[in-house]
Design a protein around this ligand. Structure first.
Ligand code: AHG
Ligand code: MN
Ligand code: MN
Length: 375
């Protein structure tokens, strides 16, 4: 039964939305509630989020069918990243475009699976927003039935009267209007932020709607869980080598405590774990020829995840400082990315500062090592 206070109960300060409605809060209700907080909002952004939601439901549905749909395996084609495309990468990309292009909110899109900017065709009304997305993140996991996801970032078109192009997207991540991801795991969830906290919604398959299940996610400032692909260890920068060495040294090392490690190889799954229980994630730049700028894509992987992490009270960094303050210079640019519990990310930034000025001589992390500290 909905209480009739005369205004959207979700707007009532200090009350959880669940309590205010007296029943589950749907994503539709939530985004309309958010729209009502913005004076003179046109509803364009709300409509866009609504379409992104549907795109994610469609992709989640296709992913959930796996090989039953005949779209497992590789296409045999290589994308702009030089990576093998999975069939599902292409299907998800198509679903994302077709579900969002028509609505009148978008001017253009950038996708991991498209070489160039996709300008919304003339047959549809042109909107004020730009969408950057990774239609299927972690797609190397898709054929082994491990969690994958979709990531999206929404920017305002800086020049709505000029034709959109790559330069339109080259904005600092702090200017994102909204960002989020869908995770297709044991449950399908949408986690998003419009700049007022991070909220998680779980798909109720029986009614076909996302329900607010994780309001106002907060990342704990401290953690003892880290995530990195250690097979790249021989290429790491000294700061990263030192950080991981110290974690591995555990209780008897300079950190004085044991650490746990995870690596799913799905950015979405790692970000989700960190948003729910803390931790730190590193995909640093490294010394491989193709790793010098990192692996993750700035516009549609790093920026949206960084936005969510900051909104949840965590920190997201290139290793040197907050990534959201920097402007990318090309649409498929890669970047080093470190994010999660603030204390760990700040420590990693400190190590980068230290080792930029003097070379690292590992291992110096034992009980009598130079790097033993109280923290
Ligand atoms: P995508 O599937 O969209 O290409 O992204 C894969 C990314 C990211 O999700 C993950 O964190 C990372 O690549 C895994 O990289 P490694 O295979 O090098 O561990
Ligand atoms: Mn990805
Ligand atoms: Mn992808």
């Amino acid at each position: 039964m909905i209480e009739s206070s005369g205004r959207n109960p979700a707007e009532e300060a200090g009350e959880s939305q669940h309590e205010a409605f007296g029943r589950d809060v749907t994503l539709t209700e939530f985004i309309i509630g958010e729209q009502r907080k913005v004076p003179h909002a046109t509803g364009g952004f709300t409509a866009l989020v609504n379409d992104i939601r549907l795109a994610c439901k469609r992709i989640g549905n296709a992913v959930g069918k796996g090989p039953l749909d005949g779209i497992a395996g590789k296409t045999g084609t290589i994308n702009v990243q030089g990576e093998q495309q999975a069939r599902m990468d292409v299907v998800a990309n198509d679903l994302f475009i077709r579900t969002t292009e028509w609505g009148g909110s978008l001017a253009a899109m950038v996708s991991e699976e498209l070489d160039d900017v996709y300008v919304v065709p003339d047959r549809y009304p042109r909107g004020r927003y730009l969408l950057a997305f990774d239609p299927l993140d972690g797609s190397s996991n898709i054929d082994v039935n491990v969690s994958v996801g979709s990531i999206f970032s929404v920017l305002a078109d800086p020049e709505p009267d000029a034709p959109p192009g790559p330069a339109s997207f080259l904005q600092a991540g702090r200017r994102q209007v909204g960002a989020g991801y869908a995770i297709y795991g044991p449950t399908t969830m949408l986690v998003l932020s419009f700049g007022r906290g991070v909220h998680g919604f779980t798909l109720d398959r029986e009614i076909g709607e996302f329900i607010l299940t994780h309001p106002d996610l907060r990342i704990p400032t401290a953690t003892s869980e880290f995530a990195i692909n250690s097979s790249n260890a021989r290429f790491w920068e000294p700061a990263v080598e030192r950080y991981v060495d110290e974690c591995l040294a555990g209780h008897s090392g300079p950190r004085g405590k044991d650490f746990n490690m995870r690596w799913v190889a799905s950015l979405v799954a790692e970000a989700h774990r960190i948003l729910l229980r803390g931790g730190v994630f590193l995909y640093p730049r490294d010394e491989r020829a193709h790793g010098r700028n990192g692996k993750l894509r700035w516009l549609y992987e790093a920026n949206p995840i960084a936005f969510l992490v900051e909104q949840a009270g965590g920190r997201a960094s290139t290793g040197d400082g907050p990534i959201l303050d920097l402007e990318p210079t090309s649409i498929h640019q890669r970047t080093g990315l470190v994010f999660g519990s603030t204390e760990e990310v700040e420590r990693i930034e400190r190590y980068h500062r230290d080792h930029n000025v003097r070379p690292f001589e590992a291992p110096l992390f034992n009980a009598r090592g130079l790097f033993r500290d109280a923290g």
